[in-house]
Design a binder for this molecule. Structure first.
Ligand code: SF4
Length: 249
């Protein structure tokens, strides 16, 4: 797809998606891009997207980052989702040598000691595998929603991602948590049982806790860090990741 066509599609998506259902959004993406990929973390956002793909856009590849530190409930949900929707979910794992180097430098749970160590762990277990997953893709679908945190409030449906050289698509950008829960309930979509135990956002087990009444949806992620930007770096550019590291060091 040439740049002009790409820009036209991005503009069309940002203009038209508010009028489309979730299934229609995924169907449009499946028809317009030649190698789209959806990376799922198995949260309720991503389960809704897997449902939409299974029902209207089976050509879209689905992948997940198997960090090696996931909750057993999340691992079980990968298999349950595959069987429930009759879809494949490719699993991308950390490179063994990079992981060994990380553990030697910081220790297995060194991510509790500094933001730098935490970002290094997220790089080895998530970002490097993500780069492998996105290789060859022309569009990357995520489950980001605008209301999830202050840091995500300006999310567009579509924009060019210079970092990964593809179009990044956020088909849930305007969906509220209540709307999302309705989609899950109406369509009997399987979700992680941890959500019922006050885990609205679920990542790796050692880095996720239940939230308390009144806390932000993502307050349980890396809760020991005194930082408004509760992100693993998957949705930051290389410059932003570097800036965060420098601020914390
Ligand atoms: S969330 Fe925690 S365990 Fe998972 S990759 Fe990041 S620092 Fe490592």
């Amino acid at each position: 797809m040439n740049e002009q066509k790409q820009n036209q599609i991005i503009a069309q998506i940002n203009n038209d998606f508010p009028l489309l259902s979730l299934k229609e959004r995924l169907s449009f993406i499946g028809a317009e891009f030649s190698a789209p990929i959806f990376t799922t973390s198995l949260g309720i956002e991503d389960q809704a997207i897997s449902w939409a793909i299974a029902n209207s856009a089976k050509s879209i590849k689905i992948a997940t980052l198997q960090t090696g530190r996931l909750f057993s409930e999340s691992l079980e949900l990968i298999e349950k989702t595959k069987n429930h929707f009759n879809i494949d979910i490719a699993q991308y794992q950390p490179d063994a040598k990079q992981l060994q180097d990380y553990i030697e430098q910081y220790s297995l749970n060194g991510f509790y000691d500094s933001k730098q160590a935490r970002l290094a762990c997220c790089y080895v277990r998530k970002i490097a595998p993500l780069k492998r997953a996105l290789k060859g893709a022309d569009a990357w679908i995520t489950g980001l929603r605008g209301e999830q945190s202050n840091n995500r409030s300006a999310i567009l449906f579509a924009q060019f991602d210079n970092e990964h050289d593809l179009v990044k698509l956020n088909p849930l950008a305007d969906i509220s948590l209540d709307e999302l829960k309705q989609i899950i309930a109406d369509n009997k979509i399987p979700i992680n049982p941890l959500h019922e135990k006050n885990y609205p956002s679920i990542g790796c087990e050692p880095c996720t806790r239940a939230i308390k009444l009144g806390e932000n949806e993502r307050a349980g992620r890396w809760w020991w860090e005194n930082d408004q930007k509760k992100e693993c770096g998957l949705h930051f550019s290389a410059n932003e990741q570097q800036t965060i590291s420098e601020q914390q060091s």
